[in-house]
Design a protein around this ligand. Sequence first.
Ligand code: AMP
Length: 282
Amino acid sequence: MINHENNASLQQALSPFLENCKSIGFVPTMGALHKGHLSLVEQACKENDCVVVSIFVNPTQFNKAQDLEKYPRTLDSDLELLKSIKGNIFVFSPNASELYKNNISSKKYNYSGIENEMEGKHREGHFDGVGTVLNLLFRVVKPNKAYLGEKDFQQLQIAKKLVEIENLPVTIIGCPIIREKSGLAMSSRNKRLREKQLNEATLIFKTLKEVQQNFDILNFSQLNKLVENTFKKNRFLELEYFEIANSKTLQTESSKSPNTSYRAFIAVFVDGVRLIDNIALN
Ligand code: AMP
């Protein structure tokens, strides 16, 4: 398994696959890999002739300099983890100037309003940064299929819209959320937490499960109250937002409509570390 740090070297390695119409799977990541990432790579390896895993902490999707600075970077152990997977894997870990050339900035996207909900509301410019980096990566890697996790459900919808907007011949495949035994969604940011904080953070998924279990019994306002009250009682966790949204449009609705699929979305600070999660409700 070779780690390519520049576009030309990756493209040269991939050229026999392109020339022979072999399928290229792609898993974009920001590194600090865990079993959630590996599940995407495993699925991609099963469904393609080769797989590219990018490891790139994208500066344009962070709206807080400190968050970018503190993002865990563990390239050596990431490469070790990837070696444990059977498959034809190419790693791509460019630096910002290799990928962005001399213009490290975001392109503005209109994703039909999805960008203005939840993560978009709380992290200004985030999805412009995500769209920009995915567009750059897709143009270098030229994958047939790209695998993204439902852990970042809104980002997954954004990626689907992006390929339409940019007219890219890539199929976006959503993959299920992988969790710790405790239910906590695996995340690179969990690496910044100590045991006590990790224990407290299990309340996030427990609360989502409680919302799911009560979805048929309580209305949206009661469910919102339930979540607010749960987090008010915990001094280690700070709720940033909880929203029940239409799974397709990601718009929040004030009451249930028939034949509509809903999901609950949550963002919580654990001692300054921001964690997100979501769950299907019906
Ligand atoms: P990140 O490195 O956090 O940008 O994540 C890279 C990809 O892995 C994204 O498509 C994420 O949605 C996905 N991912 C992250 N955590 C998980 C998880 N716990 N389960 C499934 N996919 C995940």
